[in-house]
Design a protein around this ligand. Structure first.
Ligand code: ZN
Length: 410
C-alpha cells in the first residue's frame, strides 16, 4: 500500500525537475515539465493505469471500470509551479491521486478511474492560468496562441518545441458524458484548518476573482511651489483608496488586495500626476464580490471628487465562482468522517484551482489538507505526514462514495 511517507518522498522526487536549482520552478512546456510527466506516468503505470500525455501536455492515466469505456472519475491536480515554489501546491494532489489508484487497483469500480496531472495551472510562463484544465474543458481560445513568455516564445512555438501539435489541442477536450466528475486534493494555502486544529476540510466553492486597474489622474506640479489648496495629488488619492479598500474588505467576507502601484512622473520633487493601482477582489459568491465592488467604486469616486482627481477603471480579469457539486461535497465529507473527524469543516477556496476550469465540463469536488502556517507559493510550504495519511484515507473513501452513488443510480 502506498503510504503518506511514499507520497511525501515522491513530492520530493519531483523537486528535481526544476529550471532554477536549488529553487523550484517548473513551467508549462519546459524540459522539466516533460520530465515530471514521464516520472508521474511511470508511477501511474505502477499503479495499474494505462498512460498517455494528452494534446495539451496533461499527463493522464486510466484504468477501466466494470466494463470498458465507462465514463471516468477524474482525480488529480497540477504538476507546474510558480517561481521559487514549494513542493506541494499541485504535486501533492497528483501524487495522492496515484496513491489512491494504487490502493484501489484490485477493486472493481462502476466507472473508469483516471488520474490527471495538469500541465499548467499557475500560468507562470504565459501569464494565463489554467491552460491545461481549460484544454480539458474544451474552452481553448484561438488568441491564446500568440501569448508570449519572457523570452518572446509564443505558446504556439512552445507547443511545437514540446512535440505537441497546436492544431490538435481540441483532442484534449472531454465531453460531459465521458465523465462522472472530478476530485482534487490540494493543500489549503491558508491558515484556517490549522487554526481549527483539523487535518482536512471540504471545499464548498472556489472563488472567482475580479481584477481591476484603477487610475487616479491629477496634475503633476512643482513640489515646492504648489500650495496644498492648488494640488491634485494622484498618489495621495490612490493611498486613500488603498486604505479604504482594506477597511471595507476587513469588515466583510470579501478579500481585497492592492498588489501593485505605479506613480508618474515618479520624481522626488514633483507632485504625482497619475497613480495606477491594481485591485484583486474575491468572495465566496459572485454576488458578495460584485456588491463590494459597487460600494468600493462609489466611495473611491467620491474621495477622488473631493481631491479634484479623475478616476479611470479598467477590468482586467473576471472569473465566476465555481461551486463544488453538493453530491461531491458529500462524498468528500464522508471521506473526512472516515478519518475520525465527525463534523467536517467546509471552506471556500480563496485561491484558484484546476477544478474551476474542469467544472465547466463536469461536477467537481475538492479536499483540502492543512498547510503549515498557511504558507504557500513559497519554498517553506509544508504539509504533515499525519495529514497526508488522513488525506489519503479520505480521498480513497470519497472515490468509493462516488462509486456507491453511481451504483445506486445505475
Ligand atoms: Zn495549486
Amino acid at each position: 500500500m502506498t503510504t503518506a511517507r511514499d507520497v511525501l518522498d515522491r513530492c520530493a522526487e519531483l523537486d528535481r525537475f526544476t529550471a532554477t536549482p536549488p529553487q523550484l520552478e517548473r513551467v508549462y512546456l519546459s524540459r522539466e515539465h516533460a520530465s515530471a510527466n514521464a516520472v508521474a506516468g511511470r508511477w501511474m503505470e505502477e499503479a495499474g493505469l494505462r498512460t498517455w500525455q494528452d494534446a495539451a501536455g496533461n499527463q493522464c492515466g486510466r484504468r477501466e471500470g466494470a466494463a470498458p469505456g465507462l465514463p471516468a472519475l477524474l482525480v488529480g491536480s497540477h504538476l507546474d509551479t510558480v517561481p521559487d515554489a514549494g513542493s506541494y501546491d499541485g504535486m501533492l494532489g497528483v501524487v495522492m491521486a496515484i496513491a489512491v489508484a494504487q490502493r484501489l487497483r484490485d477493486r472493481e469500480l462502476p466507472f473508469a478511474l483516471e488520474v490527471i496531472g495538469f500541465s499548467d495551472e499557475e500560468g507562470t510562463r504565459f501569464g494565463k492560468a489554467l491552460l491545461g484544465s481549460q484544454a480539458l474543458a474544451g474552452v481553448w481560445e484561438e488568441d491564446w496562441w500568440d501569448l508570449r513568455d519572457r523570452d518572446g516564445v509564443t505558446l504556439h512555438q512552445a507547443f511545437l518545441e514540446f512535440g505537441l501539435d497546436p492544431r490538435r489541442v481540441g483532442e484534449a477536450a472531454r465531453r460531459p458524458d465521458e465523465l462522472v466528475g472530478y476530485l482534487e486534493a490540494h493543500i489549503e494555502q491558508g491558515p484556517y484548518l490549522e487554526a481549527e486544529d483539523r487535518s482536512l476540510g471540504y471545499v464548498t466553492t472556489i472563488a472567482g476573482a475580479r481584477r481591476f486597474r484603477l487610475s487616479f489622474i491629477g496634475e503633476a506640479r512643482h513640489a515646492g511651489g504648489t500650495p496644498y489648496s492648488r494640488r491634485r495629488d494622484a498618489l495621495v488619492g490612490a493611498s486613500e483608496a488603498i486604505v479604504l479598500i482594506e477597511r471595507r474588505a476587513r469588515a466583510s467576507d470579501c478579500i481585497a488586495t492592492v498588489g501593485r502601484i505605479e506613480v508618474q512622473p515618479g520624481a522626488i520633487n514633483v507632485i504625482p500626476g497619475r497613480a495606477d493601482i491594481s485591485l484583486d477582489l474575491r468572495a465566496a459568491t459572485d454576488d458578495e464580490r460584485d456588491l463590494m465592488w459597487t460600494m468600493l467604486r462609489s466611495e473611491i469616486e467620491r474621495a477622488c471628487a473631493q481631491r479634484g482627481l479623475r478616476l479611470e477603471v479598467r477590468e482586467t480579469h473576471h472569473a465566476s465562482a465555481m461551486p463544488c457539486a453538493p453530491w461531491l461535497q458529500e462524498a468528500v465529507m464522508a471521506g473526512i468522517r472516515s478519518t475520525g473527524d465527525d463534523d467536517p469543516v467546509g471552506l471556500w477556496s480563496r485561491a484558484g484551482h484546476d477544478a474551476m476550469a474542469v467544472g465547466l465540463t463536469t461536477d467537481v469536488g475538492m479536499l483540502f489538507l492543512r498547510c503549515h502556517d498557511g504558507i504557500s507559493h513559497h519554498p517553506e510550504e509544508d504539509v504533515r505526514e499525519l495529514d497526508v495519511s488522513a488525506g489519503l484515507d479520505a480521498l480513497e473513501r470519497a472515490v468509493l462514495e462516488v462509486a456507491a452513488r453511481i451504483e445506486v443510480s445505475a
